[in-house]
Design a protein around this ligand. Structure first.
Ligand SMILES: Nc1ccn([C@@H]2O[C@H](COP(=O)(O)OP(=O)(O)OP(=O)(O)O)[C@@H](O)[C@H]2O)c(=O)n1
Ligand SMILES: C[C@](O)(CO)[C@H](O)COP(=O)(O)O
Length: 248
């Protein structure tokens, strides 16, 4: 079968195996409640809301995969969405790799989405899918920055860090998830970059190192990552507003 006539199947991989150290003490971050529902359930629903996504692979804390399976079975998800649960690794990169390894052979493209971004709107997910279907091998949602960013150099111990550069802000984007990929490209990036022992804070960064072009589509303010306690306050407010206005 030629590439053009090969049917598309898009899956989502949700790394959810992190501890959430920056959020403070408590259960693993993905299992903490947001509006009374675990953050992970919001993230799975956010992916399942896209009609393009028929399979979601959740990457659970290694010791908590059975608990996560039970939890997902207790919550309503669209019937057309299959949900698999696999155990994660020590780093986000290892967890994503575990999720990719669980994908069936008919999957052609994949969205990698942080459980820690529970409120991403479906339009943002669909923009990523659309750019993939238009032929981009790698797509990230991104937003312009509101702050000026400084690059700092190593300073003397105990002294303030010295600024070494101010990148031109107009050319910077804060990137979010879901990040979308042609699956063979992302598998190659994970194989080659991990083999070289290199880390990356996002999947697109690994694909960039292969020399493959990554494109940016508009992100969304509500796709922010719940990282610190104040983010949870904001997430609760956004969710409360959605529930009050659109039967969310
Ligand atoms: N070993 C890991 C580490 C992170 N993640 C996931 O990667 C996403 C983004 O990571 P981050 O927000 O940094 O989550 P944590 O690692 O949990 O946060 P922290 O660094 O504060 O502990 C989260 O959904 C997290 O669950 C993962 O699946 N496996
Ligand atoms: C993937 C990511 O969400 C893109 O902004 C981000 O790099 C994850 O970083 P974290 O430190 O693992 O939360």
């Amino acid at each position: 079968m030629s590439d053009e006539s090969r049917p598309h199947r898009t899956a989502a991989v949700i790394p959810a195996a992190g501890r959430g150290v920056r959020l403070g003490p408590g259960a693993p971050k993905a299992l903490r409640a947001l509006g009374g529902t675990p953050m992970l359930v919001h993230a799975v629903r956010a992916m399942a809301r896209s009609r393009a996504v028929s399979l979601v692979v959740v990457v659970a804390p290694p010791e908590g995969a059975a608990e996560v399976r039970l939890l997902l079975d207790e919550h309503t998800l669209p019937d057309r969405t299959e949900v698999l649960v696999v155990p994660g690794g020590e780093t986000r990169q290892e967890s994503v790799r575990a999720g990719l390894d669980a994908l069936p052979a008919d999957v052609t493209s994949v969205l990698v989405h942080d459980a820690a971004r529970p409120l991403v709107p479906v339009d943002t997910v669909d923009s990523v899918v659309e750019a993939l279907r238009a032929g981009a091998p790698a797509v990230v949602p991104g937003l312009p920055l509101a702050d000026t960013v400084k690059e700092v150099g190593p300073g003397a111990p105990g002294r303030p860090e010295p600024v070494v550069a101010t990148p031109e802000r107009a050319r910077l984007r804060a990137v979010q998830t879901p990040q979308g990929f042609d699956l063979p490209t992302l598998l190659r990036a994970h194989a080659e970059i991990a083999l070289a022992g290199e880390g990356a804070t996002d999947d697109a960064g690994m694909v960039e190192r292969l020399g493959v072009t990554v494109v940016v589509v508009p992100g969304h303010d509500e796709a922010f990552k719940v990282t610190r306690p104040l983010d949870l306050v904001l997430a609760e407010a956004v969710l409360a507003r959605r529930r009050a206005t659109d039967a969310y």
